[in-house]
Structure formats: structure tokens, C-alpha cells
Design a protein around this ligand. Structure first.
Ligand SMILES: Nc1ncnc2c1ncn2[C@@H]1O[C@H](COP(=O)(O)OP(=O)(O)OP(=O)(O)O)[C@@H](O)[C@H]1O
Ligand SMILES: [Mg+2]
Length: 380
């Protein structure tokens, strides 16, 4: 589906003191996708990233960009084709936000007006309020600074973005926002992104391909996230993925195949007959909705009084999942958290699309495993 834009071909980096930071690493980094390098501290992630734009020169092996050996290209041309983003954004403290973002266009000889217009456009693209343009970096939050770092790296529209733990210094909530934003930007702009992290959850979330490195700069596995979770290459990768990889893998299966029941759903103004008819619908509880069909909560059928349901006496329906759009993991989570053991699915407008039991979800999970492996797969 993708061509390889960057080909790392049996590259070794030996620092002058003899440290082998990267050991015969080969990777084909796909065009227009996010490739994540992940692994424990000191495993050679930063060294690998810096060899791509020649901030560090390989000791052995070669790196091809679009088929051309990176050593054949003038280093300035090479670096200009690759935006670089680091932890804590690395902004120029004495420059305003807008001038930070306009740095590379200015270096390329664009006029001040054109550079600033481009910077404004990028602020919008990365979700920064235009009012921040005239501030200095210290007047921004960590998350905002990271956005400026991304905008600055994108300013000259380079085909490649190199990102070294760009979101590690921000809190989990901001981090999730930045990850979502990066996925959205990637979707819109189709850049080739090489992203370094030591966080396997981040790698699995944003990577199209994930390279797991082990200490000594050796490649342990290079695979799409779903494959990493289903078939770790060895005990090191399995360990690194953590204990709940079976659950996390469910993020890659759609909830679209779930059989949603609509019979156990009643509106808050339902008549006695409607309630009675639904009481035998195959679920121990009925989901009560408002008159527009939005879920209010669960009730045992015989506790419902026709025409006047006391919403405060309903059992919470928890957080529903988006039918077909959310994953089996989201559906399972809903069911597990639901006091009735049943998950509620909603449509795009938040109206109840159906309900599904834990048991039905478990069956769908088994089916998904079989489909993905072409055989019954035993989760290790
Ligand atoms: N300039 C250098 N001289 C000597 N050794 C170095 C140099 N830079 C890095 N190293 C060593 O190379 C190895 C890989 O370092 P690198 O910075 O690439 O790791 P990393 O995976 O990015 O780690 P972290 O997750 O901590 O950022 C480490 O053992 C490090 O100490
Ligand atoms: Mg590093």
C-alpha cells in the first residue's frame, strides 16, 4: 500500500568511545505513514532518528531517501526536507510564537509577510489560538509549546517529519489531545513521519508501523501494531507490550459486526403494553430512553410504571459506545462497566442504536480472532 520513502540499510552507529548505539539496523519506512521507533532508554532511538537527517553519520551501512543515498545529498537540502520536533519543543525563547513558526520560511528567503501568513495558517492547523501569535514561549503551556514545535517543523511543508519523544513532557490528557491532533494532521497532509517514543501505548496508538528496538540498537520486531499485539516476535517484545495486550488488541477490531438488540429498549413515555411486550425481549433489563431516543438508564421491567418513569431510579447506562465506529474494546469496556452487564450502542446523534450483552461481545471477539488469523488463535 505504501512505497518506502526512507530505507535504512544495515546501519551501524559506533560512537568514538566504542559504544554501539545502533547495530546493523534495517528498516523500510513507508511513505505517507507514521512509523514509530519504540524501546527502552538507550536503545538507539534518537541516534537512528538523527542518522536519517545526518545530524549523526552512520559508521556502516547506508540510508536511502527516495532511492538516493543520503550522503549524496547536500546536508542542508536534506535537513530542509525533514521537519524536526523534540521534547519540550526546543523553541527560540527570545522569539514570538509566530516568528518561531516562521523561522524556516524566513531562512528559505520568503518575505516576512508571506512567512507570517504561513505561520498563522499553521497555528490554525495545529489547533493554536491566533491570539497566542505575539506571545513568547515561556507564556505558553507545555502542550501549546509542543503544538508550536509541530507547526514550526511543518512550516516549509517538508515531506518528512522526524519527531523525538515530542509529547513525553506533557500530562496524559494533553498528550492524548496532541496524539489525536497528530493523527488528524497526518490524515490531512499525508506526511512521512518517523516518531520516537518509549511509550508502547503511544506507539500502538499512532503507528502505522512500529519498530521495537532492544538495548544495543538491535531490531526486535517491525510490524503493524495489531500484529505486534497478536504475535510478539519473542519474550522481550511480549514483555515490553505489557500484561493486557489481549485487551488492547481489541482496539483493532470494529464493533460493526455486533448484533445489536433493539427490542429491550423502551421510551420514557411507553405504555403499559409496550413495556409488557418488551419485558420478554430477551434481556433481563430494559433500557429506558428519553422521547428522542437518547439513553437514560436501565430498569428491571417490573419496576417500570407506564407513562411516568422516575429517571433518578434508573441504573446508570455508563458510557455508551458508537455503533460500528468504536472498537470491540470500547464495546467490551461499556459492558464490563455496566451494572447490568449489557453495553449500550448509540448512533451519531447519541440515540440508542441497540444493546448487546457481554456474552455476545465475547462471541464477537472469538469470531474476530478467527477472522484475523484464518484459524482459531489461542491468545498466549
Ligand atoms: N555522542 C555520544 N557518544 C557516546 N555514546 C553516545 C552518544 N550519544 C548516545 N550515546 C549512547 O548510545 C546509546 C543510544 O543512545 P540514544 O540517545 O540513541 O538512545 P535512546 O534510545 O534515544 O534513549 P532515550 O530513550 O533515553 O532517549 C546509549 O547507550 C547512549 O549512551
Ligand atoms: Mg532519545
Amino acid at each position: 500500500m505504501f512505497g518506502a520513502l526512507i530505507r535504512i540499510d544495515s546501519v551501524t552507529k559506533r560512537y568514538p568511545d566504542g559504544t554501539v548505539a545502533v547495530d546493523r539496523l534495517s528498516l523500510e519506512i513507508p511513505d505517507g505513514a507514521i512509523t514509530v521507533l519504540v524501546g527502552p532508554s538507550g536503545c538507539g532511538k534518537t541516534t537512528t532518528l538523527r542518522m536519517i537527517n545526518r545530524m549523526v553519520e552512520p559508521s556502516e551501512g547506508s540510508i536511502l531517501i527516495d532511492g538516493v543515498d543520503s550522503r549524496q545529498q547536500p546536508v542542508n537540502t536534506l535537513r530542509r526536507s525533514m521537519g524536526y520536533v523534540i521534547q519540550n519543543a526546543g523553541l527560540f525563547q527570545h522569539r514570538t510564537i509566530i516568528d518561531n513558526i516562521a523561522t524556516v520560511p524566513r531562512l528559505l528567503g520568503w518575505s516576512k509577510d508571506k512567512s507570517r501568513a504561513r505561520a498563522r495558517e499553521l497555528m490554525d492547523r495545529v489547533g493554536l489560538d491566533a491570539a497566542l501569535a505575539k506571545r513568547y514561549p515561556y507564556q505558553l503551556s507545555g502542550g501549546q509549546q509542543q503544538r508550536v514545535g509541530v507547526a514550526r517543523a511543518l512550516a516549509a511543508d517538508p515531506p518528512v517529519l522526524l519527531m523525538d519523544e515530542p509529547f513525553s513532557a506533557v500530562d496524559p490528557v494533553v498528550r492524548k489531545g496532541l496524539q489525536d491532533e497528530l493523527l488528524r494532521i497526518q490524515d490531512e497532509l499525508g506526511k512521512t513521519i518517523v516518531f520516537v517514543t518509549h511509550d508502547i501505548d503511544e506507539a500502538v496508538k499512532i503507528g502505522t508501523m512500529v519498530a521495537v528496538l532492544r538495548t544495543g540498537g538491535r531490531l526486535a520486531q517491525f510490524a503493524p501494531p495489531a500484529e505486534l499485539l497478536s504475535s510478539p516476535a519473542d519474550a522481550f517484545v511480549e514483555d515490553f507490550l505489557g500484561a493486557d495486550r489481549g485487551i488492547r488488541r481489541l482496539s483493532f477490531f470494529s464493533s460493526a459486526g455486533l448484533d445489536l438488540l433493539t427490542a429491550p429498549i423502551v421510551a420514557v413515555d411507553a405504555s403499559a403494553q409496550q413495556i409488557a411486550a418488551r419485558a420478554g425481549a430477551g434481556a433481563p433489563y430494559l433500557l429506558v430512553t428519553d422521547v428522542d431516543g437518547r439513553p437514560l438508564g436501565w430498569s428491571e421491567p417490573d419496576r417500570l410504571t407506564a407513562g411516568r418513569v422516575d429517571a433518578s431510579r434508573l441504573l446508570s447506562h455508563g458510557r455508551p459506545f458508537a455503533a460500528g465506529r468504536d472498537s470491540l474494546r470500547a464495546a467490551l469496556d461499556c459492558a464490563v462497566l455496566s451494572p447490568t452487564g449489557w453495553a449500550v450502542a448509540v448512533d451519531g446523534e447519541g440515540r440508542a442504536a441497540g444493546v448487546v450483552s457481554q456474552q455476545a461481545i465475547a462471541e464477537a471477539i472469538r469470531g474476530a480472532h478467527q477472522d484475523s488469523a484464518g484459524r482459531t488463535e489461542v491468545l498466549r
